[in-house]
Design a protein around this ligand. Structure first.
Ligand code: ATP
Length: 321
C-alpha cells in the first residue's frame, strides 16, 4: 500500500485540500494516508515551518499531496523539492469545457525544479546583493528527458524557453544540453519575454514547453490565466522514485476563510497523483467528474458559479464514488 502524506498548508490550502480529500478518499483503499502541518501555520505554532515530525513523515512517504504555503514557501516547498530531488515540475495547461478562457490552449510545461536561482545561494556583500543561478549538465539532461517523454506521448514537439541572449553562459548551456537530449524531436527555442507574449497572442503554437526553474514559475501563472484562471491549474513535482502534487496557485490570503476558493486545481493535482501511481482509470474518472461538475454549474465564483469550496469538492467526489 502506498504511503501518502497530506500537508494542508496556508491560506486557502486547508480549504482546497479538504475538498480534494473527498475525491482522494474515493480511492482511499489504495493508500495509507497521514496528515501533517507545515508552512506559516507551523512556523507560528512551533517556531519552524517544517517541523521534525512532518519531515519524518515526508521521508517515509511515497508521495506527498500539498496545499499552497504562504511566506515560508521556500522553507517547505523548495525544501521538499530539493530534499527528494523532485527535479521536474509538470504543469499541464488546458481549457476546460464551459470555462471562459482568454484563448484556446493545450500544452504541458516541464519546468526544471531544483536548480536555477532557487538553490537559495544569495549573498549580501556590503551594498551589493548577489544571487547565483545554476544549471548543471546532469540537472538539465534529466529534466529534458522528462520533456522528451511527454513530447513522445503528444505531438513530438518541444519549445525550449530561455534568455541566452543575456545569460549567454548559464541559459546558453541549458539550451544546448537540452537540445542534445531532445534530438529527433521537433525542437524550437524562444526567449522568455517572447514566450510570455506568444502565450497570450498564439498559445496553440506550444505543445511541450521546457523551461529553467524561474521562467517556468512565472510563465505557468500566465498560462493558467490564459486557460481560465489559477483556480484550475494542477501540478506535479516528479523525481525518480518520489513525487509531490500541489495546485499551481499560492495561499491567496485575500480569499482565505471565505469558502470561495476553487478546489479544482487541487483536485486535478490529485488526478495527476493517481496517474503517477499508475492508477490511470482513477485519474480519468476524476477529470471527467470535474468536467461534469462544471457543466452542471456546480462551481465557485471565480469561474462564474455560486457554490462554495466544500460543496464543489463533495459534488465532484459524489460523481466518482
Ligand atoms: P504565490 O506567490 O505563493 O504564488 P500569489 O499571492 O502570487 O501567491 P496566488 O495566491 O496564487 O498568488 O493567487 C493570486 C490570486 O488569484 C489570489 O489573490 C486569488 O484572488 C486568485 N486565486 C488563486 N488561487 C485561487 C483559487 N484556488 N480559487 C480562486 N481564486 C484563486
Amino acid at each position: 500500500m502506498r504511503k501518502l502524506l497530506v500537508i494542508p498548508g496556508d491560506g486557502i490550502g486547508p480549504e482546497v485540500v479538504e475538498a480534494a480529500m473527498y475525491v482522494i478518499k474515493a480511492f482511499g483503499s489504495e493508500l495509507e494516508i497521514k496528515v501533517a502541518e507545515a508552512g506559516d501555520v507551523a512556523l507560528n505554532k512551533y517556531g519552524t515551518a517544517m517541523p521534525p515530525e512532518t519531515l519524518r513523515l515526508a521521508d517515509l512517504a511515497d508521495v506527498i499531496f500539498k496545499g499552497p504555503i504562504g511566506e515560508s514557501a521556500f522553507d517547505v516547498t523548495s525544501l521538499i523539492r530539493s530534499r527528494y530531488v523532485l527535479y521536474a515540475n509538470i504543469r499541464p495547461v488546458k481549457n476546460l469545457p464551459s470555462v471562459p478562457a482568454v484563448r484556446s490552449i493545450d500544452c504541458v510545461f516541464v519546468r526544471e525544479n531544483v536548480e536555477d536561482v532557487y538553490i537559495g545561494a544569495e549573498y549580501r556583500v556590503g551594498d551589493v546583493a548577489i544571487a547565483l543561478k545554476i544549471a548543471t549538465e546532469k540537472g538539465t539532461r534529466r529534466v529534458a528527458r522528462v520533456a522528451r517523454k511527454y513530447a513522445e506521448e503528444r505531438k513530438r514537439k518541444v519549445t525550449i524557453v530561455h534568455k541566452a541572449n543575456v545569460l549567454r553562459v548559464v541559459d546558453g548551456f541549458f539550451r544546448d544540453v537540452a537540445m542534445e537530449e531532445l534530438k529527433g524531436l521537433e525542437v524550437d527555442q524562444m526567449y522568455v519575454d517572447a514566450a510570455a507574449m506568444e502565450l497570450v497572442r498564439n498559445p496553440t503554437r506550444f505543445d511541450v514547453v521546457l523551461t529553467p526553474n524561474q521562467y517556468g514559475d512565472i510563465l505557468t501563472d500566465l498560462a493558467a490565466q490564459v486557460a481560465g484562471g489559477l483556480g484550475l491549474a494542477p501540478s506535479g513535482n516528479i523525481g525518480d522514485d518520489k513525487a509531490m502534487f500541489e495546485p499551481v496557485h499560492g495561499a491567496a490570503f485575500d480569499i482565505a476563510g471565505k469558502g470561495i476558493a476553487n478546489p479544482i486545481a487541487a483536485i486535478l493535482s490529485a488526478a495527476m497523483m493517481f496517474e503517477w501511481m499508475g492508477m490511470k482509470n482513477a485519474a480519468e474518472s476524476i477529470r471527467r467528474a470535474v468536467e461534469r461538475a462544471i457543466e452542471a454549474g456546480v462551481k465557485t465564483p471565480d469561474i462564474g458559479g455560486h457554490h462554495n469550496t466544500r460543496e464543489v469538492g463533495k459534488y465532484i467526489a459524489s460523481l466518482i464514488s
